[in-house]
Write a new protein. Structure first.
Length: 194
């Protein structure tokens, strides 16, 4: 009986120690991915050439980040904004035209993917057409289940070969505290709800 009583005390102490993670030391503004989309694999771009309409059209970004365009060939656009991609296309087009006028815009965003796991009504992969915050992502998944440990949510972000683990305390957001914790998710982020 003493062993089970001691076990219960140790268990209660352990559980009380993991209620709220330490939130100091996080630069929430830097962790938020921002509103600007960067071009990625499978995105569909609409490229318009002002003086060369026959070159205009829609292109799909290859997995290596390149697109193929008539006349100028391959152009690296992966990781760029549409305006940066426009500049890259204009630079290549200058071989054929002195002052090319080009526009680049998203026709369909397919590279932005987020993942929801754990105690979510509808876990899985989601492809929103615009960037979403953590709360918006949870909403896409239908919200938390009744078994969710809402204050122990974790965002896992891959940065190169490393993983960042970013805490998210749901109750603080509901109270209107720490709203900066409701970061905009980057493509590939996984929200884990224990």
């Amino acid at each position: 009986m003493k062993i089970s009583g001691l076990f219960l005390v140790v268990l209660m102490l352990a559980l009380s120690g993991c209620s709220t993670p330490n939130l100091t030391g996080y630069n929430w503004a830097q962790l938020s991915d921002g509103e600007v989309f960067h071009i990625g694999a499978d995105d569909v771009l609409k490229v318009d050439f002002f003086t060369q309409k026959d070159l205009s059209g829609e292109v799909i970004v290859r997995p290596d980040g390149y697109i193929d365009l008539p006349l100028i060939g391959e152009v690296k656009v992966g990781g760029k904004t549409p305006d940066e991609a426009r500049v890259a296309i204009v630079d290549k087009m200058r071989e054929f035209e002195k002052n090319p006028v080009v526009t680049v815009q998203f026709k369909a965003v397919k590279s932005y993917r987020i993942y929801l796991m754990g105690q979510i009504q509808r876990p899985g992969e989601f492809q929103p057409t615009r960037k979403v915050t953590v709360m918006q992502a949870l909403s896409l998944g239908g919200g938390l289940t009744s078994f969710a440990e809402a204050d122990e949510i974790l965002i896992i972000r891959r940065v190169g070969n490393d993983e960042q683990h970013i805490p998210f305390v749901y109750s603080l957001i509901l109270k209107g505290e720490m709203s900066q914790m409701n970061i905009t998710l980057a493509s590939g982020d996984t929200v884990v709800v224990p």
